[in-house]
Design a protein around this ligand. Structure first.
Ligand code: MD3
Ligand code: FE
Length: 226
């Protein structure tokens, strides 16, 4: 017997990023699930695609109808992008800053959003919008509801990258007590059904340095908006 016949067989189970490893899933609401680390095998494709989107539609701080400048920087890709100004919130087909259509949603963005939705039980998620939020230390998102989409029956899929953040998950009224859910680099959350209209927000980002993304947190939120 030759010695190489004795070599143990090593199966590289995760060689293909499309083969989803059994991510640890955590239920945070009746119809809300955190898929821990789900996006990690996709990052090699995701980050270059993100750079392409941001070259065409850089982060900008928008003004709320109340006249406050958001601390979070926003961009979008896909057929529709979310914007706010003094006159209100809306989804638009063009970037108000360039008057051009929002950048197309990269194929890898769509594939990741659909893989995560499938893992949460949604087999035909078709997002037409990806909002990209950038938090620097101190940036936050106050408690709010997402009510600008046409159809609330579709899930929302969000991807967290970079510095960790504390997600506030409230109830159907602003006054209800929120639970705090830490979100880390690579985590994906899928919200749907009764949880779709719950109040939510992000606590001020703590200072720090992420090895790949530096001093920031980036969040993608995929929605069926139109
Ligand atoms: C929970 N973004 O863009 S994840 C937002 O991390 C937003 O940047 C946060 O809230 C962030 O609107 C939180 C996205 C999210 C979106 C919709 C939800 C969480 C949700 C709807 C219901 C419950
Ligand atoms: Fe929101």
């Amino acid at each position: 017997m030759r010695s190489d016949d004795m070599k143990p067989i090593t199966l590289d189970l995760f060689a293909d990023a499309e083969v989803q490893q059994p991510a640890t899933s955590q239920q945070i609401g009746e119809q809300s699930f955190v898929l821990r680390g789900f996006a990690l095998p996709w990052l090699d494709r995701l980050l270059p695609a993100l750079e392409t989107v941001l070259r065409a539609a850089p982060f900008r701080q928008m003004i709320t109808p109340g006249g406050f400048t958001m601390s979070v920087g926003l961009s979008s890709c896909g057929a529709l992008g979310w914007t706010t100004d003094r006159s209100g919130y809306r989804y638009t087909p063009t970037d108000p800053q360039t008057a051009r259509p929002w950048p197309a949603m990269p194929v890898v963005f769509l594939e990741l959003a659909q893989a995560a939705a499938l893992a949460a039980g949604f087999s035909d998620f078709m997002p037409d919008s990806c909002l990209i939020n950038r938090y620097v230390p101190g940036a936050k998102m106050s408690l709010h509801q997402d009510k600008d989409e046409r159809d609330y029956s579709a899930p929302i899929v969000s991807v967290s990258l970079g510095l960790p953040a504390v997600f506030l998950f409230g109830g159907h009224q602003r006054s209800e007590k929120s639970q705090r859910v830490p979100l880390f680099h690579g985590d994906i959350v899928v919200w749907s059904g009764v949880d779709r209209l719950r109040y939510h927000g992000i606590l001020p980002l703590k200072d720090g340095q992420h090895s790949q993304l530096g001093a920031q947190r980036i969040n993608f939120t995929f929605r069926t908006a139109g």
